[in-house]
Design a protein around this ligand. Sequence first.
Ligand SMILES: [Zn+2]
Ligand SMILES: [Zn+2]
Ligand SMILES: [Zn+2]
Ligand SMILES: [Zn+2]
Ligand SMILES: [Zn+2]
Ligand SMILES: [Zn+2]
Ligand SMILES: [Zn+2]
Ligand SMILES: [Zn+2]
Length: 383
Amino acid sequence: MEIQHFSHNHPLTPHEEGELKTAVKCSCCDLPISAPFYGCTICNFFIHKSCSELPRELDQLHIFHPIHPLTLLSRPPRNSTTFKCYVCEKSRRGFIYHCSHCQLDLCINCVSLVPPSKNPDEYHQIQLPTHEHPFILCPKDEKFDLSCIDCHLPIEEDSLYLCPICILFFHQSCADPPPKINHPFHSKHPLILLYWTSDCKSISFRCNACGRHGSGRTYHCADCGFNMHVPCSRLMPTVKSDIHQHPLAFFQFYIDISLICQTCDRRLDRPYFRCVECDFSLHLDCCPSLPHFVKHVSHRHYLTITDSPIKDYSDEDDDSEFYCDACEERRNLYDRSYFCAEPECHFVAHIKCLISEVYAYLLPISSMNASIFVFYGCIKLEL
Ligand SMILES: [Zn+2]
Ligand SMILES: [Zn+2]
Ligand SMILES: [Zn+2]
Ligand SMILES: [Zn+2]
Ligand SMILES: [Zn+2]
Ligand SMILES: [Zn+2]
Ligand SMILES: [Zn+2]
Ligand SMILES: [Zn+2]
């Protein structure tokens, strides 16, 4: 059935997945459109059904701005296409919840964070030793991007802890980590969560899992002197390969790591795989069994892996500056890369710029054990 939406002059008709030839974004949340959705094909205007149902006025004051009501606008009140959300401080496009008294703009992402109960007495909240306000548990839409103030990793779970006064977001597991865990990174002994050293000094350590420095809390084994960041406890050795006898964990953060890659003997200065118990690590791009072909969103052809130096122009010197066409930053001519082999094309990218594409090839070994993944390269999918 057609609907008339306040944000558009023409009636909008319901559409099915697959009816659109090209990828389009939702006018409201600026994320790729997916069914169910409405559209006006005259204007190329599309909106998720769920976004079309957002209330114009919130029926209660919002925890992030509890003094005035917020109104939904289909574009920023000032003449610009983007706005900065007062809560997440990201520059956003699309619909906006606005307070006209304070000229405050909130993105629909942040406004969707609402405690499950309307009664504050029923909020599920915790008091952290290091913060004066309680943190409230809120459900969260998984597609929205917010980062944890503690570990700086994206919050992909379907709930989070937040302090609406200071606008802080925590992973549930970072705000309230279990006091004792068993973890495959140190399978010999259980790990105890420590906040302070035995003489009440704050803790400074090197994380045995990721190799980075840590301070504050650690998962600790006193017998072995093992330490691990709380966020690293969320990683698991799930990648099986012929490189090492144990499954490997994948680490994406790599600043200030003293560990060395077993293959190339160089520092782990980019994403890497690691068996923590054996202290075995290697760069993602040093893996012998990376997929031969991957597809990158910004290029229409499949890219081929190569160890050969690929110049941007054939007449360039070896010591010229070469750039990755995915991130537009410098690349080392002699590093392994993915490139487009079509003669009329030029596209060369860092392996690290294709992590998610490479990762898409890590297929479950079987549906019985979907958490174990294997390298499964060498397949060229036909589009
Ligand atoms: Zn229209
Ligand atoms: Zn926001
Ligand atoms: Zn206001
Ligand atoms: Zn760590
Ligand atoms: Zn131990
Ligand atoms: Zn390496
Ligand atoms: Zn191992
Ligand atoms: Zn190409």
